[in-house]
Design a protein around this ligand. Structure first.
Ligand code: FAD
Ligand code: NAI
Length: 469
C-alpha cells in the first residue's frame, strides 16, 4: 500500500519548500519531492533560486563588488591597496559554500517541520479515490490528497543554439566560469544579463550585451540606469536581431543592428539570458489531464487552482513574474487555502530588485502605466546626492521617485535606483499594502543619517515640500 499524505509538493524550490513548510505548520501530513542533484550527486534542496539563481548570483555580486571597491574606490577613503590580486577559484568556492549552507538550511527546515523528503522525479500516475498517485523516479509511489506543482523554470535557449555551458552559457555556466573571459558576450539585457554582466565586468571582462528591444528595462528609472551602466563600461547595444551564433574556439555572433547594418561580435564566452520557460518535463501532465496554457505554463486561476481538483500550481511554472518571493507567497497561500483560510496575494505589491551597482528596485506602477490607465497623479523625486548618509558612504548615484494619486495621494508606485535600493523598497511595499499615501511616509520619523531619509524626502517632494533640497 502506497504511503499517503495530505499534501505532496513536487519541486523543492522557494515555491515548493515554503508551501511544504506552511502546510506542515497547518497540521497536514506533508511530503516534498525534488530531483536536484548537487555537484556531489547528493540532493540539493532549494531549486533554481538556491543552486543556480538568487543565492549564487548574489554571492558573486558581493565578491566582485568588494574586488572593484578595493581596486577603485578604497583610495578615495585614504586606503591604499598594493598587490591586489584576484583569486577566482576561492571566490567561486565561497559562492559554492554559500549555496551549500542554503541547501542544508532547507533540509533542516524539512526535518524541523516533520516534512518527508523524497529525492527523485515526481510524476503523476492515476487519480484514485484516495488521492493522486505520484511516482518517484518510477522507483516508488506515494499518494497525495492535495498536490502542489512547483516545478519551476528552465533557461530559454536561442533557437538552434544549445547551451554547452563552456562557450555558450545559461545562468548555470555563467555562475561558474573558471577564468575571467577577456571578451564576454551576453544576449539579453534583462535582469540576468545585467547582474552577470556586472559580475564579470568588475572582475575584468570586456562585456557587450546585445538586446532585442529598442528600449532598456521597462521601469521608471531606466534612463538613469542606462547612463550609469554605460559609465561603468558595460556596453549595451539595443534593438539588435541575432542572425547566427557560430562556435569554434571562440563564439561569433552575427546580428543586425538597430540601423539595419550587419555586425559581428566575437567573444570568448557567450551568456544567453533571454528569459525562462516553465518546466513541466516528466510530470506526465498530459497523462493525468493537467491543463497547460499555450506557452506551456500550468494553467491556474488567481488562487493557483489548476483544472484538476486538489491540484495546485505555483511559482515559475505558472503565470506572473518569475521571482522567488512571488513563488513563496503563492506557496503560503495555497497551503492556507487547503486549510480553508482566505489568503490573498497582491501582484501589485510584489517588489522587483536588480542587484547591480547601483541597485534598482521598484514596486507598483510606472508613470507610463498610470498615464495609460487615465489616472491623475503627482510625482516626487529625491536624489541620493542630497542625502547625508549616501555622501558618507561615497555612493550618491541615483534617486527615489514616488507616484501617487492626485485626488487621494495613495501611493501607486515607487522606483529607486541607488545604494541599498533593494532594502529601501520594503518601506514602499508596506505603505502600499496598507494603502498608505505619500504624505504618510513624509510624516514618519526616519533615522538620521540614513538612506531611508531619501524615501521621506521623495514622498514630501510629491507635495513640493522636500526638506533637504
Ligand atoms: P525553482 O526554484 O525552479 O524550483 C523548482 C524545483 O523543482 C527544482 O529543484 C527542480 O529540480 C524541481 N523539479 C522540477 N520538476 C520536478 C519533478 N518532476 N520532480 C521533482 N522535482 C522537480 N528571483 C528573485 O526573487 N530574486 C533574485 O535575486 C533572483 N535571482 C535569480 C538569478 C538567476 C541567475 C536566476 C536564473 C533566477 C533568479 N531569480 C531570482 C528567479 C528565481 O530563481 C525563481 O523565480 C525561483 O527559483 C522560482 O521558484 P520555484 O519554486 O517556482 O522554482
Ligand atoms: P528577462 O526577461 O529579465 O530578460 C530577458 C531579456 O532578453 C529581455 O530584455 C528581452 O527583451 C531580451 N531578449 C529576448 N529575446 C532576445 C533575443 N532573441 N535577442 C536579444 N535579446 C532578447 O530574463 P532573464 O534575464 O533571462 O531572467 C529570467 C528570469 O529570472 C526573469 O524573469 C527574472 O524575473 C528572474 N531573475 C530575477 C532576478 C532578481 O530578482 N534580481 C535576477 C535574475 C533573474
Amino acid at each position: 500500500m502506497a504511503k499517503s499524505f495530505d499534501v505532496v509538493v513536487i519541486g523543492g524550490g522557494p515555491g515548493g519548500y515554503i508551501a511544504a513548510i506552511r502546510a506542515a505548520q497547518l497540521g497536514f501530513a506533508t511530503a516534498c519531492i525534488d530531483e536536484w542533484k548537487g555537484a556531489d550527486g547528493k540532493p540539493a534542496l532549494g531549486g533554481t533560486c538556491t543552486n543556480v539563481g538568487c543565492i549564487p548570483s548574489k554571492a558573486l555580486l558581493q565578491s566582485s563588488e568588494n574586488y572593484e571597491a578595493a581596486g577603485h574606490h578604497f583610495a578615495e577613503h585614504g586606503i591604499k591597496v598594493k598587490g591586489l590580486d584576484l583569486d577566482l577559484a576561492t571566490m567561486l568556492k565561497r559562492k559554492d559554500k554559500v549555496v551549500k549552507a542554503s541547501n542544508d538550511g532547507v533540509a533542516y527546515l524539512f526535518k524541523k517541520n516533520g516534512i518527508e523528503f523524497f529525492h527523485g522525479r515526481g510524476s503523476f500516475g492515476n487519480s484514485t479515490p484516495q488521492g493522486y498517485e505520484i511516482s518517484i523516479s518510477e522507483k516508488e509511489t506515494i499518494l497525495g490528497k492535495n498536490v502542489v506543482v512547483a516545478t519551476g523554470s528552465n533557461p530559454r535557449a536561442l533557437p538552434g543554439v544549445e547551451f554547452d555551458e563552456k562557450l555558450v552559457l545559461s545562468n548555470t555556466g555563467a555562475l561558474s566560469i573558471p577564468d575571467v573571459p577577456k571578451r564576454l558576450g551576453i544576449v539579453g539585457a534583462g535582469i540576468i544579463g545585467l547582474e552577470m554582466g556586472s559580475v564579470w565586468r568588475r572582475l575584468g571582462a570586456e562585456v557587450t550585451i546585445l538586446e532585442a528591444l529598442p528600449g532598456f528595462l521597462g521601469m521608471a528609472v531606466a534612463k538613469e540606469a542606462a547612463k550609469v551602466f554605460a559609465r561603468q563600461g558595460l556596453r549595451i547595444e539595443l534593438g539588435v536581431k541575432i542572425a547566427s551564433v557560430e562556435k569554434k574556439k571562440t563564439v561569433k555572433v552575427q546580428y543586425t543592428a538597430s540601423d539595419s547594418s550587419s555586425k559581428a561580435l566575437e567573444c570568448d564566452r557567450l551568456i544567453i539570458s533571454i528569459g525562462r520557460v516553465p518546466n513541466t518535463e516528466g510530470l506526465n501532465a498530459a497523462g493525468v489531464g493537467l491543463k497547460l496554457d499555450q506557452r506551456g505554463f500550468v494553467e491556474v486561476d488567481e488562487d493557483c487552482r489548476t483544472n484538476l481538483p486538489g491540484v495546485w500550481a505555483i511559482g515559475d511554472v505558472v503565470r506572473g513574474p518569475m521571482l522567488a518571493h512571488k513563488a513563496e507567497e503563492e506557496g503560503v497561500a495555497v497551503a492556507e487555502r487547503m486549510a480553508g483560510q482566505k489568503p490573498h496575494v497582491d501582484f501589485n505589491t510584489v517588489p522587483s530588485v536588480i542587484y547591480t551597482t547601483p541597485e534598482i528596485a521598484w514596486v507598483g506602477q510606472t508613470e507610463q502605466q498610470v498615464k495609460t490607465a487615465g489616472v491623475e497623479y503627482r510625482t516626487g523625486s529625491f536624489p541620493f546626492a542630497a542625502n547625508a548618509r549616501a555622501r558618507a558612504l561615497g555612493d550618491t548615484t541615483g534617486l527615489v521617485k514616488f507616484i501617487s494619486r492626485k485626488d487621494t495621494d495613495e501611493i501607486l508606485g515607487v522606483h529607486i535606483i541607488g545604494p541599498f535600493a533593494g532594502e529601501l523598497i520594503a518601506e514602499a511595499v508596506v505603505a502600499m499594502e496598507f494603502r498608505g499615501s505619500a504624505e504618510d511616509i513624509g510624516m514618519i520619523c526616519h533615522a538620521h543619517p540614513s538612506l531611508s531619509e531619501a524615501m521621506k524626502d521623495a514622498a514630501l517632494a510629491v507635495d513640493k515640500r522636500a526638506l533637504n533640497i
